[in-house]
Structure formats: C-alpha cells, structure tokens
Write a protein that binds this ligand. Sequence first.
Ligand code: IMP
Ligand code: MG
Length: 183
Amino acid sequence: MEDHIDEILIPRQSIAARVYEMAGQIAADLRRDADGEPQVAILAVLTGSLIFLADLIRQMPLMMRIRLLAVSSYRGRTTAPGELLIDRAMLGDLRDQHVLIVDDVLDSGATLTAVQQTVFAQCPASLRTCVLLRKDTVAAQTVRADYVGFDIPDKFVVGYGLDHDGHYRNLPDIVTLRPEVLA
Ligand code: IMP
Ligand code: MG
C-alpha cells in the first residue's frame, strides 16, 4: 500500500493539530447556542468522514449523539458525480437539535448540498457544516461550510478516511497516489 503513495500532502501531525483547533472552536460555538448543554447531533456523512469524526468528537467535551447518513453517487471512481442516493436509515430525528454535519471533502458540493437540504427538512434548531478538506474549485466555494480543515489543490487524495475504490482509508496521512495506481 505504501508504495502506491506519490506525495504526502498533509502529514498526520498537521492533521492532528488542525483537528484539535477545529474541535475547540466548534465546541465553543455549539455551547454558545444554548444555555449550558445544547442538544447536539453529530451527523457523519459515510464513509469518508469516519476517521475525522472519531478524532474530532473525542476532543469535544459536550453531550452529543452520533447520526449517520450514507450518500452514494453513480460516479466513476475518480470521475464527475452523477445522481445521488441518500440512505436515511440511521439519520434519526433531528428536530430541535443543534446539528453538525461532518464530511471528508468538499469537491463539487453536490453531496453537502443534498445533505444540508435533508437536514433542513427536519427543522433542526441550528445547522453547521464541517469538512476536513475543501478543494480549490469554483463549485466548492459556492457551498456553505462553516469549518474547513484545509484548503487543498484540486487533486485526488486518499488517506485519513478518504478512499480510492474503497481502499487507502486507513493511511494516517493525506496523500496523492501514483498515476499508475489511479489509471
Ligand atoms: P462532491 O459531492 O463532489 O463535493 O464530492 C464529495 C464526495 O466525493 C466526498 O464525500 C468523497 O466521498 C468524494 N471525493 C471527492 N473528492 C475526493 C478525493 O480527492 N478523494 C476521495 N474521495 C473524494
Ligand atoms: Mg464521501
């Protein structure tokens, strides 16, 4: 697996430092929302956000529930997105909850836009969106993301939860793959 790596874009130490900062900021903002303990629902967009989620929420000392949403698109492995399928089976009831959407990467924005609409339809008390990565694309800038870990160039990356054809999620750094692996 390691010999498939082309370049380490964000090393694990930088990820850890940034996730620590984000967790502090988000927890402070959520606490400000309500007197004392807000009803917090953390909505993880599967599967790419799982590792980010695990590190983030363990540094947010708030009462919270984890909700899951599976979004898949009819897309080639690295090509443009198609129609989105949203599985709401583990979404739960978000009415009057302070919802934080957690996703791995904001690229075309199609996924986050669909997730935000799904949450709004449930009348949450508040809605915030947090992404680990945002690509340097015009489309990505048009979608509301309240917290962004890193702005990155428009490259295909894997690791720290992000995959290529389901693989590489367990790499601790965020990396690009060698061209022959992507082909
Ligand atoms: P969007 O809907 O185009 O914003 O794409 C968001 C989803 O596409 C992410 O949640 C990822 O699952 C996937 N994705 C986009 N770019 C990458 C990448 O560079 N590596 C791995 N997955 C990606
Ligand atoms: Mg994803």
